[in-house]
Design a protein around this ligand. Structure first.
Ligand SMILES: [Fe+2]
Length: 339
């Protein structure tokens, strides 16, 4: 049972609120031994859920996730340890990705990279952290291309971690995009690598949005505007800091350009198509895979859609401009989920 030993003293609760830092539940995997207890926050109170001196078990981590606790609270010294352990583990696996069992290495790398995104969201202006993400994901893209057969398995392993969507979505959409790009044989290896990186980094602008907004069931107009600005924030955060050309950064800035078409469809309005064709097939594919992964996953404000429903939407926003690619996409998805 979660949180049996509540602390009810107002003074103690106030002290805790000053000292505790939020981490994502998945980051508990990186704890070797807690220096202090870890807490959840429920009904206005911090409640200890994991004792000091212990290692959080897989069971307690999945129980927290199942009970919709995406965040836990730890003391500074534990947060520092987690960050250090995560970075060390990520650097180690990035350097030895091709040595040993590819399934084990790929699964671990994808999980660590996604968890490390949480650190970048907390500290988006940290150049070292951004370069660690960039270089590790660049390395991963090469590894994924070499291990094409294993891509669906890697996708499934990350998906089954039930990480918060802000951590899982960038990797899942990029992994599926890369797999599709390889299947249609239209792009050079370097282009595929750059599109993978573009897709993976396209959402780092959500770091500028307060994290208590991620799980809102309903959003105010102001929240909607803030969320829709995340693509611009991503562009601003990446420009001049990562070795991606202007073309790719433009894709980042426009990665939700198809969403207005979805809105027009829902409201049965006529769409203005001018901008869409200017942005081209690369932008379309990055946007489409983002939509596919988002629609087929559950969000706090809606349930997941079936792949059939999702493809109905994708058909309406893509098939007129890119009929061949849409047909290839349908064939690809069937194959991807069969494996
Ligand atoms: Fe986005």
């Amino acid at each position: 049972m979660l949180g049996q030993n509540s602390i009810h003293s107002f003074v103690d609760q106030h002290r805790l609120s000053l000292k505790l830092k939020p981490i994502l539940v998945g980051e508990l995997h990186l704890v070797k031994r807690l220096n202090k207890p870890a807490y959840i926050f429920r009904s206005g109170l911090f409640i200890p859920v994991i004792n000091e001196g212990t290692t959080p078990s897989r069971d307690i981590i999945s129980t927290l996730i199942k009970n919709s606790f995406h965040e836990v609270f730890v003391f500074d010294e534990d947060l520092t340890d987690i960050k250090k352990n995560l970075e060390t583990a990520l650097i180690k696996i990035t350097r030895s990705l091709s040595v040993g069992d590819p399934i084990e290495n790929g699964t671990k790398d994808i999980k660590l990279l996604s968890l490390n995104l949480a650190g970048l969201y907390r500290n988006p202006h940290n150049d070292e952290l951004l370069m660690l993400q960039f270089q590790s994901s660049q390395n991963l893209s090469k590894f994924l291309m070499e291990n094409k057969r294993l891509q669906p398995q890697f996708y499934e392993s990350l998906n089954s971690e039930n990480f918060h969507f802000t951590l899982a979505q960038p990797m899942l959409s990029s992994l599926m995009l890369l797999s599709f790009l390889q299947s249609i044989h239209l792009f050079h290896e370097k282009e595929m690598e750059n599109l993978f990186l573009t897709s993976y980094l396209k959402d780092i602008g959500i770091s500028m949005i307060p994290d208590n907004k991620y799980d809102l069931k309903t959003m105010s107009e102001r929240d909607v505007v803030m969320f829709s600005s995340h693509a611009d924030y991503s562009y601003d955060l990446l420009e001049g800091r990562v070795p991606l050309s202007k073309n790719y950064l433009t894709i980042v800035r426009n990665h939700h350009f198809l969403n207005h078409k979805i809105k027009d469809l829902a409201l049965k309005r006529k769409s203005n198509k001018e901008n869409d064709t200017i942005l081209g097939i690369e932008s379309t594919l990055v946007a489409v895979f983002d939509i596919i992964v988002a629609m087929t996953s559950r969000r706090p404000f809606r349930s997941e859609r079936s792949m059939y429903q999702t493809l109905e939407v994708i058909k309406k926003i893509m098939a007129d401009d890119y009929p061949q690619e849409f047909r290839a996409l349908v064939v690809f998805l069937k194959q991807f989920y069969r494996n």
